[in-house]
Design a protein around this ligand. Sequence first.
Ligand SMILES: N[C@@H](CCC(=O)N[C@@H](CS)C(=O)NCC(=O)O)C(=O)O
Length: 203
Amino acid sequence: MRKLWGRLTSVNVQKAVWGLDEAGLVYERIDAGGAFGIVSDPAYRALNPNGLVPTLEEDGFVLWESNAILRYLAATCPALGLPEDPRARAHVDQWLDWQATTFTPAMRDAFWQLFRAPEPDRALIAQSLKNTEAQAAILDAHLADRDYVVGDRFAIADIALGCAAHRWLNLPAERVERPALRRWYERIAARPGAAKALGEPIG
Ligand SMILES: N[C@@H](CCC(=O)N[C@@H](CS)C(=O)NCC(=O)O)C(=O)O
C-alpha cells in the first residue's frame, strides 16, 4: 500500500503528486498540513519528525523531502527514468537543488504575504518579486532553445521547476513576460500527469 501525506495546496506535495501520476503509480493521498492538521500528531511525527508535508509511505518504507521523493520515483519507475549519462544526471540534480534552494525561496515572501498575511507587507512583496524575477530570467534564458530542462526528454527537474513556475506564474502580481519559460510551462502543464498536481488554486 502506497500513501502520500499532504495537502494539494503545498507546492512540495504537488511535486510528489505529479511524480507519482507521471509514473502511473497507485496511491492514496491523505490531506495533511495547513488547516488539515495531522502534521503535529505523534503518529505523523514518527513518520516525519519535521512535521512537514509531503511524506511518502510504501509498505513501511518512509521518505520525506519532496525532491528526494522525486529522485526515488525516478530511480524506480522507468517512465521517469533518470538519464544514464552522469553529466546529464548531474544537471538534473543541479536544477532540483536550484529549485529548492534558490527559485522557490525567492518567491516565498511574496506568496506568504499575498495569500496568508492578515496585513500584507508591500515592501516585502516587492523585494521578493524582484528577487524572483532575477531567478525567472535565469530559467527563461536556459529554456530559450530547449523543450525540457535537461536533455530532450521530460524528467523530474521539469516536475520540480514546473511546480515552482506554476506558483510563480499564478501569483496575483505583475511579472516580466518570459516567453521561453511560459512556453515550457504550458507544454509540461498540459501533460495528463500534471492534472492533479496543478489542478487546485495556488493559495
Ligand atoms: N524541504 C521540504 C519542505 C517541506 C515543506 O516546507 N512543506 C510545507 C508545505 S509546502 C509544510 O509542510 N508546511 C506546514 C504545513 O503545511 O502544515 C520538502 O521539499 O519536502
